[in-house]
Design a protein around this ligand. Structure first.
Ligand SMILES: *[C@@H]1O[C@H](CO)[C@@H](O)[C@H](O)[C@H]1NC(C)=O
Length: 212
């Protein structure tokens, strides 16, 4: 006889699997009608009779972005209304030498990244202690996967600028920047909570907070 633990374990796995991607479409496509006032999970569909090729297309991802900012990072997303409900999206990243895509989480998407130019150190951290860091240095043409929901980052470790293209398994992966979310929330997470969490003095917490 199967144990209750096994049963609930399998049940939990089922729900994990069921929530790990966007809902399956019930139609060929649902090109986003960005003018619709209707609020639902995703965007309302444009009349399929008015859909055209440009609804499924985007240009300009060959153009390097401006990385003159504190992180040394530029992010460009392929804006494609036809991706609505299809569970996928695409980004381009540019990194100045030493530039980073700071530790962050996509709560709704696994990400698969291909290096176009340069050398990128990438890494993600497993969810349960010992919170292992899985990391690697990638070169042009190398591909790396960041599993859904895990903290991950990239850093340009080359002497020249670097660029990458990444696809994500949601039309709306969500973005939780760790530092900004913890130290820059509005209103603040109480300082004594963060002081205990990070095992530092409240002044240290307030100093870090002042940067966000
Ligand atoms: C890049 O961004 C910086 C900071 O916003 C700005 O000063 C600079 O003019 C931009 N460079 C280009 C080529 O657009």
């Amino acid at each position: 006889m199967a144990s209750p633990i096994l049963f609930f374990g399998l049940l939990a796995l089922f729900f994990l699997a069921a929530s790990a991607s966007d809902p399956s479409p019930l139609q060929d496509f649902c090109v986003a009608d960005t003018n619709s006032p209707v609020l639902l999970n995703g965007l309302a569909c444009k009349d399929p009779k008015t859909v055209e090729a440009n609804d499924f297309s985007s240009s300009g991802l060959h153009i390097a972005g401006n990385t003159s900012n504190p992180e040394g990072l530029s992010v460009a997303s392929a804006q494609i209304p036809g991706l609505n409900t299809l569970g996928i999206s695409l980004l381009r990243f540019d990194y100045a030498p030493g530039g980073i895509n700071a530790p962050h989480i996509h709560p709704r998407a696994t990400e698969i990244l291909t290096v176009l130019e340069g050398s990128l150190e990438v890494g993600f951290v497993t969810s349960t202690p010992p919170n292992r860091l899985i990391t690697k240095v990638l070169q042009k043409g190398d591909v790396f996967v960041f599993p859904i929901g895990l903290i991950h980052y990239q850093r340009n470790v080359g002497k020249t600028s670097a660029a990458a293209i990444a696809a994500a398994s949601s039309q709306n992966p969500g973005f939780i920047p760790i530092a900004n979310s913890v130290f820059g929330s509005k209103p603040d997470i109480p300082s004594d909570v963060l002081a205990k969490a990070f095992q530092v003095d409240k002044n240290v917490v307030n100093h870090i907070r002042s940067k966000f």
